[in-house]
Design a protein around this ligand. Structure first.
Ligand code: PSV
Ligand code: MN
Length: 430
């Protein structure tokens, strides 16, 4: 182990055990893909360019509304979180940036934080504001809302917090602000839908006006929770209305867990692309609601279908570059292992989507050959792209098998000594 991350010689040694097998598998797959006129090297190059940001809050153990069962050696502050993110990037070579949540990650000296991250090979992705909780010493409560609150002073406080996040993010080199609010209602009649949305837009205009020229503003919709009758930004329709209302720098963020279970998310993605308003993703997976489970662990085909839309957009739109982030809660696993596995699952979906034969797909669509269209997608989805992912990592100095390399390294046990448990099992969703 070095000052941070793992010794590169150790990673190389671990890789040696499997390198020949990976090369053989890669060559075999390369031959198979060549028969379909696909250049495996080109797919690998695309995978190597792909990046997904780690949420700072994801490296701590998550919880439910009932309890949180802390793991050992959890990071206790943003610096320790960056240490864990550095390791994840080192082994996967897929996660070169971190998304911060303010005030959870607020520090007095942003330049120190920037330096600390950059030395570890990490950049700062979108900043996330937080007006869904009251902070210590805060004058006005968000119990009944924030940016859409009936009280002007409360709205102003929430606007000021978002502007603080922008200013803090500028010092870190971030280029985007993500706004997710808990505003909504628990009872029919509790809020006036139209008036509260007007108040929200008025607040968002003030935040938008404070954005630097090269920044983007992302708004995130969510069907329910913490409000259970109505959520102000409940779906992609409201999200799109907001982005259109605010202007060119405003885009919609799609958190996969923020929809009803039967909603066709890939189609929402396509619509937002078409409107020029897809800003990025919070990747996770779910069975019922906003479960924040690991990406690809429940419905990997859905993830593939989302990427199928993204590849389609990539092929047709110049500079198409949505910002990708993971947003998960790791309640029963080691967060580092979950985040590495999730980043690789997201890459896998992308790699599979790159294999779709788009000429055949279009031909099937134009001749109403539903079965052939579906099978064209399935053929790509059924391809085991693991050799591409492993080789992509290996080339860049990452690990062939990040989870095993991590487990053997003893990183967590070492951290358990350096980061004594803060004890207890507090509740809390993250
Ligand atoms: C809300 O459920 C959410 O998805 C938002 O992105 C928050 O910022 C994040 O979770 C963390 O709680
Ligand atoms: Mn989210």
């Amino acid at each position: 182990m070095t000052d941070f991350g793992l010794d590169i010689n150790y990673i190389a040694e671990q890789n040696k055990l499997a390198v020949q097998n990976v090369k053989n598998d890669y060559d075999n797959l390369g031959e198979k893909l060549a028969r379909q006129n696909i250049d495996i090297e080109a797919v690998k190059a695309q995978i190597q360019k792909f990046a997904v940001a780690i949420p700072s809050w994801g490296v701590g153990t998550g919880g439910t509304r009932f309890a949180r069962f802390p793991g050992i050696g959890e990071p206790r502050n943003i610096f320790e979180k960056l240490d864990d993110c550095c390791l994840i990037q080192q082994l996967t070579q897929a996660t070169p940036s971190v998304s911060l949540h303010i005030p959870w990650d607020k520090v007095d000296d942003p330049s120190e934080l920037k330096q600390y991250g950059n030395v570890r090979g990490l950049a700062f992705d979108a900043m996330n504001s937080n007006t869904f909780q009251d902070q210590e010493g805060q004058k006005h409560s968000y119990k009944f809302g924030s940016l859409s609150h009936v009280d002007k002073a409360t709205r102003e406080q929430a606007v000021a917090h978002n502007i603080d996040c922008i200013e803090f993010g500028e010092k870190l080199g971030s280029k985007a602000l993500t706004v997710w609010i808990g505003d909504g209602s628990n009872f029919p009649g509790q809020v006036n839908f139209a008036k509260s949305f007007d108040r929200y837009i008025e607040s968002m205009r003030k935040i938008y006006a404070a954005l630097p020229d090269d920044w983007k503003l992302f708004t995130e919709h969510k069907i329910y929770e913490p409000a259970f009758y109505s959520t102000l930004m409940q779906d992609w329709g409201t999200n799109l209305m907001t982005a259109l209302e605010l202007g060119d720098k405003a885009h919609c963020l799609v958190d996969l867990g923020h929809h009803a279970p039967t909603v066709n998310i890939e189609m929402i993605v396509s619509r937002l692309v078409q409107a020029g308003k897809l800003g990025g993703f919070h990747f996770n997976d779910s069975k019922y609601g906003d479960d924040d489970l690991d990406s690809g662990s429940i419905n990997p085909y859905q993830l593939f279908l989302v990427f199928n839309e993204l590849v389609e957009a990539e092929n047709n739109i110049a500079n198409f570059n949505p910002m990708n982030m993971i947003d998960q809660s790791h309640n029963v696993t080691d967060p580092i292992e979950s985040l590495m596995t999730s980043a690789m699952e997201i890459q896998r979906a992308y790699a599979q989507a790159l294999l779709v034969n788009r000429t055949n797909l279009e031909a099937a669509q134009n001749t109403n050959d539903a079965l052939r269209a579906s099978e064209t997608l399935k053929q790509a989805y059924r391809t085991d792209v693991e050799p591409i992912l492993a080789m992509a990592r290996l080339d860049l100095g990452g690990a062939i098998d990040p989870v095993s390399t991590y487990r053997v390294s003893g990183y967590r046990t070492q951290k358990a000594k350096e980061r004594p448990s803060t004890g207890g099992s507090s509740s809390g969703i993250i």
